[in-house]
Design a protein around this ligand. Structure first.
Ligand code: FES
Length: 142
C-alpha cells in the first residue's frame, strides 16, 4: 500500500488557524510586557522629558537610554557614585520602596541631597510607577 506524503506548508496569515495563532501570540506578548510605565524627568533648567520605561529596568537606565543629561551614572548602577541622584516628586516619594542602608550611605555624597532624594539606579521600574516624576539636581558630583 502506497503512503501518501503531505507537504508541510508555511502558515499563511490569511489562513484562519495561522491568523488566530498570530493574534493569540500578539495578545500573549502584550500580556507579558504590559503597557510601559511613563516617567517624567524634569531637569534643573526646566527641560521636561516624558518617556516610556521598561518594566524591570531602573529609573537611571531609562534616563540614560533616553539621553537625559541630568543623570550621569558613573558607576553604571552599582550604588557607588551618587551621580544618578534625583529628587522624587513628593506625591511619589512615599509610594516607592524604602532606601537601602547602602543607598542611604551613598546619598551622603550626593550634591544638595534633600528629604526626597533617591539614587535613580536603586529605583526599579514597575507598572505601579506609571506617572512617576523625578527632578535632577543642578549638579551631579561629589
Ligand atoms: S549610578 Fe552610581 S550610584 Fe547610581
Amino acid at each position: 500500500m502506497a503512503t501518501k506524503l503531505r507537504r508541510r506548508q508555511a502558515p499563511n496569515p490569511s489562513d484562519g488557524f495561522a491568523r488566530d495563532m498570530h493574534y493569540i501570540a500578539g495578545r500573549e506578548s502584550e500580556r507579558a510586557t504590559g503597557p510601559m510605565p511613563q516617567i517624567t524627568y524634569i531637569e534643573h533648567d526646566g527641560t521636561t522629558h516624558q518617556v516610556e520605561a521598561e518594566v524591570g529596568s531602573t529609573v537611571m537606565e531609562t534616563a540614560i537610554r533616553n539621553g537625559i543629561t541630568g543623570i550621569v551614572a558613573e558607576c553604571g548602577g552599582a550604588c557607588s557614585c551618587a551621580t544618578c541622584h534625583v529628587y522624587v516628586d513628593e506625591a511619589w516619594f512615599e509610594r516607592l520602596p524604602k532606601r537601602s542602608p547602602e543607598e542611604e550611605d551613598m546619598l551622603d555624597f550626593a550634591f544638595d541631597a534633600k528629604p526626597t532624594s533617591r539614587l535613580s539606579c536603586q529605583i526599579k521600574v514597575e507598572p505601579a510607577l506609571d506617572g512617576l516624576v523625578v527632578r535632577t539636581p543642578p549638579y551631579q558630583g561629589r
